[in-house]
Write a protein that binds this ligand. Structure first.
Ligand code: SAH
Length: 294
């Protein structure tokens, strides 16, 4: 089987989770199961892994990838926000380690139908969980100019938020904005392109994705719930791909430390080595933070 997503910082995660063969672990963002497979290689058959993902379609692939570890894992289609409930339904009271590898997978971004990519034309969807209702298209076509500008500024740190939002409102009054290409064309018309070192769609697409999937609020709450499930000396790894997510991890960990509930393993987040960057360009913005419960 060939998998689209190359797991990021895999060796670092394995080492820092301090995996015990008889331990119980949760992969909150199991995706195609890259990290999960590596963990199961250590814990099967004595330990147990719960793999959660809100994208149902990927779980069929992951189930097949992991079938050699049957009996040692359970895949769950759900939002990681419901982690406490998921554990209690599986009769699991405490865990030895937990990992969040947040954001999109290559499996999602490479499929134009999902609407995550500004470089491939597709519907403006951006839902990680396709059973949820809210899409990027509905936000773009229904929110007020102020609301759109706020999303672009807050979740994309886009300095031309207002200009882009006004342009969107003007264009959608002529005809509904339906595709990723429609949106990219509008963004390009709204801003001074020479000021951009990155693709001008980067920040807008990021902000819409965060809003559609309620990513920051869900991550923040799930860190608290996940930490609550950890045993003493259990570890939590959080891998993030942009500064807003990393800030949440950093602040949450600081809070646990101040309350003397945890010890921070590295003050500065770990980043990929040059060797990993050469092999996997998508690892370039990864940051890994780790704490241990006291
Ligand atoms: N570690 C995986 C890749 C994870 S990519 C691997 O090695 O293959 C991130 C995954 O997290 C995606 O599949 C996405 O659908 C999932 N995800 C993002 N937010 C989520 C949430 N709130 N709840 C559950 N899964 C989520």
């Amino acid at each position: 089987m060939i998998f689209k997503h190359i797991p990021v910082l895999l060796n670092e995660v394995l080492k820092l989770l301090c995996i015990k063969p008889e331990g119980i672990y949760i992969d909150c963002t199991v995706g195609e199961g890259g990290h999960a497979e590596a963990i199961l290689n250590v814990i099967h058959p004595k330990g147990f892994l719960i793999g959660i993902d809100c994208d149902k379609s990927v779980l069929e692939i992951t189930e097949r990838r992991l079938e050699k570890f049957a009996g040692s894992f359970k895949l769950v289609h759900n939002n990681f926000l419901n982690i406490t409930d998921i554990c209690s339904r599986l009769n699991i009271k405490a865990i030895d380690g937990i990992i969040f590898d947040v954001g999109m997978s290559s499996y999602q971004i490479d499929n134009p139908e999902r609407g995550f990519s500004f470089s491939k034309n597709g519907p403006l969807d951006m839902r990680m969980d396709r059973s949820s209702i809210l899409t990027a298209q509905s936000l773009i076509n229904n929110l007020s100019c102020d609301e759109l500008a706020e999303i672009f500024f807050k979740y994309g740190e886009e300095r031309y938020s207002r200009r882009i939002a006004s342009r969107i409102v003007a264009e959608r009054n002529k005809k509904p904005i339906q595709t990723t290409s429609d949106l990219v064309t509008i963004i390009k018309k709204a801003i001074p392109l020479r000021r951009y070192r990155i693709h001008p769609g980067t920040r807008i697409f990021q902000s819409l994705r965060i809003a559609v999937n309620n990513e920051l609020e869900d991550l923040s709450a799930a860190i608290t719930y996940g930490f609550g499930l950890l045993k003493k000396e259990g570890r939590m790894c959080i891998m993030s791909f942009h500064s807003l997510e990393d800030r949440i991890a950093k602040n949450k960990f600081r809070e646990f430390k101040i309350n003397e509930q945890a010890k921070i393993i590295y003050k500065k987040p770990l980043t990929p080595t040059k060797e990993e960057l050469d092999k996997n360009i998508r690892s370039r913005s990864a940051k890994l933070r780790v704490i241990e419960k006291k």
